[in-house]
Design a protein around this ligand. Structure first.
Ligand code: NAD
Length: 260
């Protein structure tokens, strides 16, 4: 199996859709053995099915063991995340040296109308979920003494705000602060932590936005179009790999130049 992540175990949350699915595919092409984790188990299994065919990843059979695996997880639950890490270690025989936290939700509403539950739900998945996965992975890596790379998926909305997204923007701003603090704490263990800030990317999440609004955003992008999940995945794979060995605590914008 060729590639800069040859044989590395990589955990991807939110791997059952959109950006997470593209990240699974990209890491797999780089030679990683991928743990596809999602609350949507059918989505995670679908992603798993797309990974065969990458170099060295043959369709599993009674004689060819599976190099990748799908796991169900609710990242907002500490119990569920602890169970995920245990199952990943049991399956692969080691903790994930790469983790990409893509699981995320939107529950848009105007500030003047938003109820507390809607605010908390988004914080629980996007921010607390990223914290729980990062903490569990970091604990396992410190115990194993191997070092590793953790990538958080934030959003450009954290920097510029967005109408109807007070909860989402707050959660993603929190993710950036979490990333930088983790980078400072974990460097001495050889663990890097960076964030990717996508702009508007064509996925099931952005398809919930009315087409008229999406077209307006596309018009604001200097590159003149929305992004593809694969373009975010390429940057996640760079940050996951040794090609970014001297980068930690960074936030990399993947926006086509939007809001620069
Ligand atoms: P998506 O809806 O296609 O995928 C999100 C995935 O997260 C889904 O598979 C969903 O089941 C999973 N998920 C949600 N809650 C979960 C939970 N509690 N536990 C485990 N899994 C859970 O969305 P996407 O566009 O691919 O988003 C991926 C990440 O990128 C998110 O963090 C999102 O905030 C971020 N992002 C997306 C865009 C965009 O324009 N699409 C822009 C900036 C940031």
């Amino acid at each position: 199996m060729a590639g800069r992540l040859r044989g590395v175990v990589a955990l991807v949350t939110g791997g059952g859709s959109g950006i997470g699915r593209a990240v699974c595919s990209r890491l797999c092409r780089d030679g990683a053995r991928v743990a596809v984790a999602d609350r949507d188990t059918a989505g995670a299994e679908d992603t798993l099915g797309t990974l065969w065919g990458h170099e060295g990843h043959q369709q599993p059979s009674s004689v060819v063991p599976s190099l990748n695996a799908a796991f169900d997880v609710d990242v907002a639950s500490a119990t569920s995340v602890t169970r995920l890490l245990r199952r990943v270690q049991e399956h692969f025989g080691s903790p994930p040296r790469v983790a990409v936290c893509c699981a995320g939700v939107t529950r848009d509403d105007f500030l003047l109308r938003m109820d507390e539950g809607t605010f908390q739900e988004v914080l629980a998945v996007n921010l607390q979920g990223t914290f729980l996965v990062t903490q569990a992975v970091a604990r396992a890596l410190v115990a194993a003494g191997t070092g590793g790379s953790i990538v958080h998926v934030g959003s450009i909305v954290a920097k510029v705000g967005n109408v109807g997204q007070t909860n989402y923007a707050a959660s993603k701003a929190g993710v950036e602060g979490l990333t930088r603090s983790c980078a400072k704490e974990l460097s001495r263990f050889g663990i890097r932590c960076n964030a990717v800030l996508p702009g508007f990317i064509v996925t099931p999440m952005s398809q919930k936005v009315p087409p008229k609004v999406l077209a307006k955003f596309a018009g604001l992008v200097p590159m003149g179009r929305l992004g593809d999940p694969e373009e975010v995945a390429d940057v996640c794979a760079f940050l996951a790999s040794g090609d970014s060995a001297y980068i930690t605590g960074a936030s990399v914008e993947v926006t086509g130049g939007l809001f620069m």
